[in-house]
Design a protein around this ligand. Structure first.
Ligand SMILES: [Zn+2]
Ligand SMILES: [Zn+2]
Length: 359
């Protein structure tokens, strides 16, 4: 496969809302890196924060959600044989992870403070070619397109991991216990499909009609969707109670709730909807979360946060989505349509995920 010397890319510009189209040298992989011919790259909410300069204003190529074909390997990657030339893969944003710090050794490399994040600290994937770490790649089943794979590397993986954390920590089993997802945007609509496909009783909550109907249009739709702008917590608890098995003895509400919503009002709604001793898993990144001591001391709720997963969970997530027909609602744009892409996600009625696709 002949690789050109230069490539086109969308780089964070001076303007706080748009990218600049630039031509750059094609990077060369070293060590465990591999070079991808990008097939698709997702546009995440975090990318808009990078454009606005929230992460220090690095002028990097946007996107941290890559999928593509392996076209060159660094010397360690070649020896390692985790990925091969010509293979279709989904990659991850982290590079230059140390594998020696406390985070790497005691918890998970995803927390490595020395690792660099593509699309935030270093160049990302809105480019014809890009570097990823071959050790963090998932191989794509034949029936999964690049366009469907790219959103799984961040949005999909993050919600997949959060579901695993919620069900494991709260002891939710298929048919036993109720899991809710608050916010049915890119993460949430993937999450309700995954949770249902895994067999859990699943509630989707949003206050906007678009995302609610999106979740209900999917093959794996939630057992119940709640429009928080119309249904108060007491009524919502009654609706949820109807999903409990006959003879259920316990509290009213949901056993665990995953927060994918930014809205402040969604936080209190979620806390009130939780059963006593319930679990909230934080995924969304609003500036603050507001809790009261009563929530913890008397109601005894637990709050934990969850970040995107590692390469093992990425492969599980990709395989689950391919096997179960779990789909991301996508709208695609080409590199030349980068401005339209940036505008589209702010328009009324926007739903799902914007993905940049390459030839
Ligand atoms: Zn992201
Ligand atoms: Zn480390």
């Amino acid at each position: 496969m002949s690789i050109p010397t230069t490539m086109r890319a969308a780089k964070v510009g001076v303007d706080k809302h748009y990218y600049d189209l630039v031509t750059l040298p094609v990077p060369q992989p070293k060590g465990y890196e591999c070079l991808l011919k990008i097939g698709a790259a997702g546009f995440c909410h975090t990318d808009t924060m990078v454009l606005e300069g929230v992460f220090g204003g690095n002028k990097v190529i946007g996107s941290h959600e890559p999928s593509g074909t392996v076209v060159a390997l660094g010397e360690d990657a070649e020896r390692d044989e985790r990925v091969k030339l010509g293979q279709r893969v989904a990659g991850m944003l982290k590079r230059d992870v140390c594998f020696e710090c406390s985070d790497c050794k005691l918890v998970d490399w995803i927390y490595c403070q020395k690792g660099l994040n593509s699309g935030l600290d270093i160049d990302g994937f809105f480019s014809e070619y890009a570097i990823v770490d071959s050790r963090f790649c998932a191989t794509l089943p034949d029936n999964m397109s690049f366009e469907q794979a790219a959103p799984l590397t961040c949005a999909g993986l993050t919600i997949y991991k959060a579901i695993k954390v919620a069900v494991e920590k709260k002891g939710i089993l298929p048919g036993k216990g109720i899991l809710a997802i608050s916010g049915l945007g890119a993460l949430g609509h993937l999450g309700t499909q995954m949770a249902k496909a895994m067999g859990y009783t699943t509630i989707g909550i949003d206050a906007r009609p678009g995302p609610i109907s999106l979740a209900n249009e999917m093959k794996h739709k939630p057992d119940l969707t709640i429009d928080a702008s119309k249904v108060n917590v007491e009524k919502a608890k009654e609706m949820i109670n109807d999903l409990r098995p006959k003879g259920y003895f316990g509290w009213e509400g949901v056993d665990a709730i995953i927060m994918c919503a930014d809205a402040v009002a969604s936080q209190r709604y979620a806390i009130n909807l939780l059963v006593p001793h319930g679990l909230m898993v934080i995924v969304a990144q609003p500036p603050t979360y507001t809790f009261e001591f009563r929530d913890f001391i008397f109601k005894d709720i637990s709050v934990i946060a969850s970040m995107h997963g590692n390469e093992i969970q990425l492969q599980e997530c990709v395989d689950l989505c391919a096997k179960e027909g779990i789909r991301t609602e996508t709208t695609t744009f080409t590199l030349d349509q980068h401005k339209e892409m940036c505008d589209a996600i702010h328009q009324d009625g926007w739903k799902g995920k914007a993905v940049m696709v390459f030839e």
